[in-house]
Design a protein around this ligand. Structure first.
Ligand code: SF4
Length: 365
């Protein structure tokens, strides 16, 4: 039994129903559009809606968004832990990524940054999420060999540190784009820390239906084993279809309840795999969703190739999270960067990128 934590009007963990979450993909500074999307997701059944905040302008917008929606809001701060002070009065939960605490102010230790976050969360009655992500790991943990995968060690280290500060209103997530790695990491963490509530998700699962299949492969077995207190199905869909994430999450809960879970055999790992981020306020160009769809259409000829193509919407996570893909695209405002593994091949306009990607694939045929 995990411990119970409060996120605004809901409780998670401790045997409470599994909460389904989603995230806004509108620009946070466009507070009217963001509030409208938060409210839409809330009315569709989202127990918590996450909003990205990277700048003081985003933080100012969040105060206005708070007044315009009933949703329980979670704020995603990436490396901008200092903005927590400004946004905490308006949100119910703060998500931080341990891997991003090393970029800004490198002379301030991660423990000091987390201590600041904990003090703020305590003062404003916010829950915290330690959101570990496979593509943006703590550099100190990335390459060393140890008993548990780096993702698990990072989550354990931060959970231990929050415990040492006597702060217990936190949950943990261990996400990645490989559903089987997500499955293993969450199983391991739940075995070592059965008391900590878990938020489950496969990042960059991609477009439906494949994105739903990948999420099912990880989430259904975990939930059936009693692991997981909240879930999000990340889907690359236009903003108007974002509530499909909630539908897919509910479908997963139903499958687990009815015993109609997906079989791992339904996934052929030696075929073309397109991973793409669900987009968020950080997306650099609104053409991103169209680009992901265009990549899928243009690469159908390579369906049987054992190839992973990553399509990412911004520079925050794009460069790191395309490193492991055979071919990676990450978007800037007017150019898209094309990579083979960690090597940058060039940057192209939104009109030129797909033909250049195809040329790179054909080199392998
Ligand atoms: Fe948002 Fe960038 Fe992550 Fe895509 S890659 S979800 S745009 S932070």
């Amino acid at each position: 039994m995990t411990r119970t934590i409060k996120i605004g009007t809901i409780l998670i963990g401790g045997g409470h129903p599994v909460a389904v979450q989603s995230m806004c993909a509108t620009k946070t500074t466009d507070y009217l559009a963001t509030a409208k999307m938060c409210q839409h997701l809330y009315e569709h059944g989202a127990a918590v809606v996450r909003v990205a905040v990277d700048t003081p302008q985003d933080a100012t917008a969040l105060a206005k968004i708070r007044d315009l929606t009933d949703a329980n809001l979670s704020v995603d701060l990436q490396e901008n832990y200092r903005l927590a002070e400004t946004v905490a009065p308006f949100v119910e939960k703060i998500r931080y990524n341990p891997g991003h605490l090393h970029h800004a102010e490198p002379n301030v230790s991660w423990t000091e940054k987390v201590r600041i976050l904990v003090n703020i969360a305590t003062r404003y009655d916010c829950a915290l999420r330690i959101g570990v992500n496979c593509g943006s790991l703590d550099p100190a943990k990335k390459n060393d060999v140890a008993e548990f995968p780096p993702m698990v060690r990072s989550a354990l280290e931060h959970a231990d540190f929050l415990d040492s500060l006597k702060f217990d209103q936190y949950c943990v997530s261990l996400k990645g784009s490989d559903p089987f790695a997500v499955l293993d990491a969450n199983r391991t963490f739940a075995r070592l820390r059965p008391d900590v509530p878990l938020h489950l998700g496969v990042t960059e699962a991609g477009m439906p239906p494949e994105g739903i299949v990948k999420s099912r492969l990880a989430l259904e077995p975990l939930l059936a084993e009693g692991i997981g207190d909240t879930i999000r199905v990340s889907l690359t869909v236009p903003n108007a279809r974002k509530a499909e994430e909630i539908d897919a999450g509910r479908e997963i809960l139903r499958n687990v309840e009815m015993g109609t879970m997906i079989s791992p055999d339904e996934w052929q790992s030696n075929r073309l795999n397109i991973i793409s981020c669900p987009s968020c306020a950080r997306v650099e160009n609104e053409k991103f969703i169209e680009l992901a769809e265009a990549v899928r259409e243009a690469t159908r000829f390579a369906a049987e190739l054992p190839l992973t193509i990553a399509v990412m919407g911004c520079r925050v996570n794009g460069p790191g999270e395309t490193d492991d893909a055979d071919l990676g695209l990450w978007c800037g405002p007017s150019r898209v960067n094309l990579k083979r593994k960690e090597t940058l091949l060039g940057s192209f306009s939104y009109d030129e990128i797909v033909p250049n990607l195809i040329e790179e694939i054909r080199k392998k045929l």
